[in-house]
Every structure is written in structure tokens, then in C-alpha cells.
Design a binder for this molecule. Structure first.
Ligand SMILES: C[S@@+](CC[C@H](N)C(=O)[O-])C[C@H]1O[C@@H](n2cnc3c(N)ncnc32)[C@H](O)[C@@H]1O
Length: 277
């Protein structure tokens, strides 16, 4: 864990350090949910995950030569995919050193080390000047933000006027039973889950204009068993590399995240731009 990690984000950093080898193996370097059309859709979890990354890329419309910030980049697969499909330059930041190490290896293996770079940083206090980026994406990265409005203002600061953003986040669709909410909250560091309309409000309050949004919760959360099955299929191999304790913790965290009943939690993609000041 980096020395620069603040006390409030230290537990999150440690958790992602521990989860990274497992996520990288099970999900081929992406740490976000996957999109299936229905139960007859036989896409693997990694393939169905790339559908989400591509939706983000499409909503963002980033172009070759532009510079994109991937906030909370995980083990790097989304940044590598977005760079190879758009030609954009990408800087990814994550709170976890372990994720950054995996992400760097992934970019190098894809021959994209000159186009994609990764560094450990806290999105509450980004080490970049104002208006440094043409685009900003955050795929499931803001769920544990200690202060969501402040995090969004920081992303707004580093985006140039007129620059575009795309964020993916779970949303609260209906009030959850206490037990389900507690288990979900524990797996996401206690952050309050906003409704879609609260999400839109907080994004607008940070100075962004919203131009597009989509709710596809049923497609990413409607077939929860697939996530458990993907892990179960590789459990033995993962225990031999990451250890029983780490795999057990991952299973526990997944069980909490998927505790809410189908339909209670949604998944939104929201895109737009920083107003042209
Ligand atoms: C669920 S993962 C998503 C990873 C990646 N966006 C993806 O879709 O594969 C959440 C990410 O947010 C990052 N994160 C959480 N809190 C952070 C913070 N305060 N600063 C920077 N990154 C943070 C974690 O390091 C992790 O990479």
C-alpha cells in the first residue's frame, strides 16, 4: 500500500490489493459487472464484461489522440480495451498499488505501454493540473467514495471545459430490507447507494451537464449466479495462487454485494460533459 494513501481510503486500498489477483484471473483484468441479454446468452463473464466497457466507450465518444483519465482503473483491462479500440491516450489511476502493477503488465503485454499509463492515486486528490484531460471515465469506481460530491468536483476540475465523461454506478431502485442493505453496504465500504435521480443531481451539482443515461440493471444483475459460477469454476486454481483466505474473503464480499434481491438494485451509465464555462 502506498505511503500517500489517506487514512480514510487505506482499508479500501488494502482490500483491492488483496482482491486483485483473483479479479484479474476470474474476470480477465476487469473489475466491473457483465452484461447478458438473457439466460440463453452464452457469453463468458469476461466477454460479457467487455460489453459494459464498450458501452462506456461508446457513450464517451473519445477519439484518437485525445487523453482520457480512467478513474479507479482496476487491473487495467478496460483501459487497455478502450485505448486499443479508440486510439486515445489513457491514464489510469487506482487506489491500490497491486492493481496498478497488474494494469501495467497488462498494457505492456498488449503492446500499449506507450499509449496507456497507470499510477497509484486517490481520486479525492488527483495529482493532475486543472483541465488536463479530454475525457474522464469512472466504471464502478465511485461506490466507496468517502465524499461523493467532493470526488465528482475533483473529476470536474481535471476535465477540460467541454470535455466528456461517462460514469457507471449501481443505483437503488427500491428500498431494501435492512439485512440486505447492511450486507451490500459492508461490501461497498458503507457508501450510501443513490437512486438514479440522486445520481443525476449530484453529477449536475458538480458542474457537469448530463447528455445521456441508461439503466440496464436487469441485464447486469439479473443473472447473479453467473458471477458465482465463474468464481466456482476456477476456485481450486485460485486457492493455489491467492490462498484460501483471500478467496474466502472474495466470496464473502461477493455474497454481500449480491445479497439484495433481483430488481432492487439497478445499474446506470451516465454520460455528458463539463460545461464550456
Ligand atoms: C470495482 S473496481 C472497478 C475497476 C475498473 N474501473 C473496472 O471497471 O474494471 C473499483 C476501483 O475503484 C478504485 N478506487 C476506489 N477508491 C478509490 C480512490 N479513493 N481513489 C482512486 N481509486 C479508487 C479501486 O482501486 C478500483 O480500481
Amino acid at each position: 500500500m502506498s505511503e500517500t494513501t489517506r487514512s480514510e481510503t487505506r482499508p479500501i486500498s488494502a482490500a483491492f490489493d488483496a482482491l486483485t489477483p483473483i479479479v484479474d484471473a476470474v474476470n480477465d483484468g476487469a473489475f466491473h459487472l457483465a452484461y447478458w441479454y438473457d439466460e440463453n446468452d452464452d457469453a463468458s463473464i469476461a466477454e460479457a464484461g467487455r460489453r459494459v466497457t464498450r458501452k462506456v466507450l461508446s457513450a464517451l465518444g473519445i477519439r484518437a489522440g485525445e487523453h482520457l483519465l480512467d478513474v479507479g482503473c482496476g487491473p487495467g483491462a478496460p483501459a487497455v480495451l478502450m485505448a486499443s479500440e479508440s486510439g486515445a491516450r489513457i491514464t489510469g489511476v487506482a487506489i491500490s498499488d497491486e492493481e496498478v502493477a497488474h494494469a501495467r503488465r497488462r498494457a505492456a503485454a498488449a503492446g500499449l505501454a506507450g499509449q496507456v499509463e497507470f499510477r497509484q492515486a486517490d481520486y479525492m486528490e488527483l495529482p493532475f493540473p486543472d483541465a488536463a484531460f479530454d475525457g474522464v471515465v469512472a466504471i464502478e469506481a465511485l461506490l466507496g467514495a468517502p465524499d461523493l460530491p467532493a470526488a465528482l468536483r475533483e473529476l470536474h476540475r481535471v476535465l477540460r471545459p467541454g470535455g466528456r465523461f461517462a460514469f457507471c454506478h449501481c443505483t437503488k431502485e427500491v428500498a431494501l430490507e435492512d439485512g440486505q442493505m447492511t450486507r451490500f453496504n459492508t461490501s461497498t465500504w458503507g457508501s450510501e447507494l443513490p437512486t438514479l435521480s440522486q445520481w443525476l443531481d449530484v453529477i449536475r451539482s458538480a458542474g457537469f451537464s448530463v447528455e445521456e443515461y441508461a439503466q440496464f440493471g436487469p441485464r447486469v444483475l439479473g443473472q447473479k449466479d453467473r458471477y458465482h459460477q465463474a468464481l466456482a469454476a476456477r476456485r481450486t486454481e485460485l486457492v493455489s495462487t491467492a490462498g484460501e483466505e483471500a478467496v474466502g474473503r472474495f466470496e464473502q464480499s461477493m455474497a454481500g454485494f449480491f445479497a439484495p434481491e433481483a430488481g432492487t438494485i439497478g445499474y446506470a451509465l451516465i454520460a455528458g460533459r463539463r460545461s464550456r464555462d
